[in-house]
Write a protein that binds this ligand. Structure first.
Ligand code: SF4
Length: 296
């Protein structure tokens, strides 16, 4: 008998959503400029509140991925060719939404010689050309930890370099079959070295996939040793029955403990809570204050 845990969401996983006018404005703009968003492609539970506050995280390089992570709703299929007009259209969207903090991510593009790094760099450059006061956060695939590709992205001028570790070492082969735990740490080490302190290093973990608390502490320690300064920790939610089952719903108290562990390890900014995702309230990371303003 399959585990029925998903059918019994705990109280802290359900919440009312109020959509404001700016939600439809954001949606209309994304459609007008034919852009993809990770909010839509990954079926993010925060789309309503984020778009209502004008925060949209863009997905460049198409909506098809060359990998198949067990938690991810992004379609695995032969990707579309790179669209050279996308950097310009993206920069228009950022300007018209007046984003202070623009997050851009992409599916893995193992099919491209530069794995998409050049297109990332062009997108960052176009955004900064039209919106010089906007901070850009790149959430990249692992680029097989190729130094020259990470350098190309870093040189384009992002304020935050994000690459998600996603889960603890023991679960990585099942959760990210084409990913590698050590390789992802190496990506953050290289980006930190190449960024020379001018770029914040960030990563994210999902919990509720069967990890033990001590494994989460070890993953946080590994991220900190790799030079990571900002971390997000959120509850895994199964996007479809084809994806990995939720092993357990982590309680708000345990999210607080993870937050405290991350603080003790010296992370500059921590977001830890059931609804936290890697680009959720991303702008807060560069405005230190309450280290965990969000536990909704
Ligand atoms: S590489 Fe990224 S986009 Fe592709 S399946 Fe994994 S998480 Fe999803």
């Amino acid at each position: 008998m399959p585990r029925t845990i998903e059918r019994q969401f705990p109280a802290w996983i359900t919440r009312p959503i109020t959509l404001r006018d700016s939600w439809s404005k954001a949606r209309a703009l994304v459609e007008e400029l034919s852009l993809h968003t990770v909010c839509q492609e990954a079926l993010c539970p925060n789309l309503g509140p984020c778009w209502s506050s004008g925060n949209v995280s863009f997905m460049i390089l198409g909506s098809r991925c060359t990998r198949r992570c067990g938690f991810c709703a992004v379609e695995t299929a032969r990707p579309d060719p790179v669209d050279d007009s996308e950097p310009f259209r993206l920069s228009q969207a950022v300007k018209r939404l007046q984003l202070r903090h623009a997050v851009i991510t992409s599916p893995a593009r193992d099919d491209l010689a530069d794995e998409g790094a050049g297109h990332f760099a062009r997108c960052v450059a176009e955004i900064l050309k039209r919106s010089p006061r906007t901070r850009v956060e790149v959430l990249t695939p692992d680029f097989h930890a190729r130094r020259e590709l990470i350098e190309q992205v870093i040189r384009s001028g992002p304020a935050v370099y994000n690459h998600n570790l996603e889960t603890v070492k023991r679960l990585t082969p099942r959760v990210r079959p084409q990913g590698r735990y050590e390789r992802s740490l190496q990506v953050l080490r290289l980006a930190g070295e190449l960024g020379r302190g001018a770029v914040k290093m960030k990563s994210g973990l999902m919990v509720g996939l069967g990890e033990e608390p001590e494994e989460v502490r070890q993953a946080l320690t590994d991220l900190r040793e790799a030079g990571c300064e900002v971390v997000t920790i959120g509850q895994y939610l199964r996007p479809t029955p084809r994806h990995l089952p939720v092993h357990g719903f982590v309680t708000p108290d345990r999210f607080d403990r993870y937050r405290d562990w991350a603080r003790e390890l010296g992370f500059f900014h921590v977001q830890s809570g059931p609804y936290v995702r890697s680009s959720y309230h991303a702008y807060e990371a560069l405005q230190p204050g309450d280290l965990n303003a969000d536990r909704s």
